[in-house]
Ligand binder design. Structure first.
Ligand code: UD1
Ligand code: UDP
Length: 371
């Protein structure tokens, strides 16, 4: 079959690599479309180099804009591309605007659509990614769930059993394939960091970064932790813009966004990670590094129940208290089912084995069934 895989923003590159590899091993003709949602070298090119991801077959070049502008530009450009390319399947990973845009276009173009990382739900409808998740799942044929809680969410939403496949976490495929290479990187020495004696932090959620009063509180809490251990913040462009001109606490070092291998090395060596990232909650769980999630909800509760993550919210005092507790004790290392480095192969098998004729509960009932 001809299968088009989409990537657009930073976390997509790690998710698409094992899927492309597995589809190619299974003998499919693949195509990689980069929407261009992320475009700075540190937000895009570095991942192609670090992961050995092949150059995109097509680059849509959409760049930044409002949600509507960005989503619409991806849709227009992707529709024009599909018109000529005519794949059997479109595979979309994650929950970014490019994910939803390409899923919608693929479904209307008559392609089968597979959603990698289906079924995650934060329950927070103010989060743009939650809208993207729910809407992408709804228009997808095949829902590739990373964890059992995601399967439960999809069943609860009424999807047909044959649409839902528990395949595990592709981001962990990429992590396990690269962690040893990451450990060889000199980034800790370059930054003057000692393994186990620093804290890594990332912030990029609009709810944290785009509200000065929230960001002030988070920086205050991070600064307080920085009085105990040095804190390093590889700054996503969204937070970088907000930090410009702001007085930063002395224990906090802000650096450019890190490449993948450097960032994995920084996570692996950290005593504690404090983040609002989705993927970082998962990677710290597998690396066995304690993580405090600076949000009030998570779409990845399995990293709390079966990992090293704690959801601590955004209250500065609560964050400082939680950091003090976590720094004072050893963390138990656990790993969710099927986060084993083989999710990409399971995805290829699920696409191969998808039963087009299986009963689809989303189809309207036939007239004779209604009498
Ligand atoms: C996006 C995703 C978010 C994901 C994050 C991963 C959506 C709605 N959001 O958020 O789910 O967690 O990516 O990193 O899709 N910018 C640059 N250079 C770039 C890219 C962005 O400077 O290469 C700046 C631009 O000012 C842009 C802003 O960052 O307006 C936000 O970028 P955008 O892709 O819209 O959202 P993210 O916050 O990156
Ligand atoms: N990451 C990276 N460099 C950084 C920050 C994150 O390579 O400076 C990687 C991280 O290891 C993970 C992914 O980017 O694989 C997570 O992406 P991000 O936090 O941007 O988005 P989210 O997962 O929240 O959607």
């Amino acid at each position: 079959m001809k299968i088009t895989c989409v990537a657009g923003a930073r976390p997509n590159f790690m998710k698409v690599k094992p899927v492309l590899d597995a589809l190619e091993r299974a003998g499919h003709q693949t195509e990689l479309v980069h929407t261009g949602q992320h475009y700075d070298p540190a937000m895009s090119d570095v991942f192609f180099d670090d992961l050995g991801l092949r150059a995109p077959d097509v680059h849509l070049g959409v760049r930044s804009g409002t949600h509507a502008e960005q989503t619409a530009r991806v849709m227009i450009a992707f529709e024009a591309h599909l018109d000529g390319s005519k794949p059997d399947w479109v595979v979309v990973p994650g929950d970014v605007n490019s994910t939803l845009a390409c899923a919608l276009v693929g479904a209307k173009a008559g392609c089968r659509v597979a959603h990698v990382e289906a079924g995650l739900r934060s329950g927070d409808w103010t989060m743009p990614e939650e809208i993207n998740r729910v809407a992408t799942d709804r228009v997808s044929d095949l829902l590739l769930a990373p964890s059992a809680d995601a399967v439960d969410n999809l069943r609860g939403d009424g999807f047909a059993a044959h649409q839902i496949q528990l395949v595990g976490n592709v981001m962990i495929d990429t992590l396990l394939a690269n962690v040893e290479r990451a450990r060889q990187r000199p980034i800790l020495d370059d930054l003057g960091l000692v393994r186990g004696e620093y804290v890594l932090t990332t912030l990029h959620r609009p709810s944290n970064v785009d509200h000065p009063e929230v960001l002030d509180g988070l920086i205050r809490a991070i600064g307080a932790v920085g009085e105990w251990l040095r804190v390093v913040l590889p700054a996503h462009p969204r937070v970088r813009a907000q930090l410009a001109g702001r007085a930063l606490p002395p224990g906090l070092t802000v650096i450019d966004p890190a490449g993948y291998l450097d960032f994995v090395a920084l996570q692996d060596g950290a005593r504690l990670v404090m983040t609002d990232s989705g993927g970082v909650q998962e990677e710290t769980t597998v690396l066995g590094v304690p993580c405090l999630t600076l949000r009030t909800t998570t779409e990845r509760p399995i990293t709390v129940t079966e990992g090293t993550n704690r959801l601590v919210g955004i209250d500065p005092d609560a964050i400082m208290t939680a950091a003090g507790v976590v720094l004072g004790r050893e963390v138990e290392r656990r790993r969710p089912e099927l986060w084993d480095g083989r999710a990409g192969s399971r995805i290829a098998a699920a696409i191969d084995g998808f039963e087009v004729d299986a009963i689809d509960l989303r189809q309207p009932a036939r007239a004779e069934e209604l009498v």
